[in-house]
Design a binder for this molecule. Sequence first.
Ligand SMILES: [Zn+2]
Length: 95
Amino acid sequence: MNLFEAVKEAVPVPEAARVCGLVPNGSGMVRCPFHEDHTPSMKLYEDHYYCFGCHTHGDVVDLYARLGKLRPIEAAQVLAKLFRVEDPRPVFLRD
Ligand SMILES: [Zn+2]
């Protein structure tokens, strides 16, 4: 298992969205931050997200990377810190 897999397994998409200020409504929908969205079109599932407006989709690392304009590895590292995910890699392989 690598850091991406550990983060994806441990961090639910709605939780990661919340720390970015995207609060899901009762149906798990948020206004999509990737297109001009007037009604919530993005559905947050536990392990991925999907926008019915602009069809953007991905996993938790992908969402955080897009929102924060980070590289995927940076997003995974920040999420790991925020959610206290243990880095599964041996110490000498960590960045
Ligand atoms: Zn969208």
